[in-house]
Design a protein around this ligand. Sequence first.
Ligand code: NAD
Length: 251
Amino acid sequence: MQNIKDEIIKSVKILKNSKATTAFTGAGISVESGIPTFRGKDGLWSKYDPKILDINYFHKYPKDSWKVIKEIFYDFFGKATYNKAHEVLALMEQNNLINNVITQNIDNLHQEAGSKIVHEFHGNSKNLICTKCGKSYNISEVNLSSLPPKCNECNGLLKPDFIFFGEGIPKKAYSASLEASEKSKVFLVIGTTGEIMPACQIPYLAKQNGAIIIEINPEESNFTNRITDVFLKGKASEIMKIIEKELFKNK
Ligand code: NAD
């Protein structure tokens, strides 16, 4: 534990001195909120077939896709609440210690914890969009008891507003992420394998532009031995709790 404590103290110094910091998060930050990762031994894809999130399959078999989508993203994920790691990132933003969050997650937990500047690289499951007229809905406005849900304006098929396999990255989030990778002096990478393209390129670009990479993960990732400067091995909420204590101890 002493080693990790030293590494955390080193990270806190870097974070305090940074002129611009971005947090880059993946599925791992929400594991302690009860949302499993997709891949790996206990990941969602060990239970469900990823084809339900293939855009062509969705359009061909909307009812079949929606049955599984509802079960995973609304009956199950929908009940999750943010954890300490999301909370500390929001607190850091309020104290000007973080400028923005880039997340690969679609669970809305950063915003629920209080983060204001969040670039959602893969979209957000709490919003639905009409595939015909483009009208958008909050999940609270949509009745999922009859599937697939339809638009009340044009009767078009509604789709969760996160990207499916075969779809592109939302333009605004992509350009904001590129800008953050150019401007940030520190990248705090939390809970991601770094295997999903093109999201995984963002920390590499930041490193090329001179950013210091601090990484939190219980396992080594694709970043760890390539670009990470300080590796904090452990669970996001446990490490972020100590970071919070060190960052704010004289306040
Ligand atoms: P991933 O499933 O590839 O990897 C998850 C990473 O989290 C691993 O490196 C793992 O070691 C780490 N991890 C596990 N427990 C952790 C903990 N307690 N604290 C910190 N790290 C922990 O996830 P990914 O790289 O983000 O890619 C999967 C894609 O699937 C994402 O792009 C995302 O769109 C999507 N996804 C989203 C959610 C969500 O919204 N919560 C959940 C699953 C998958």
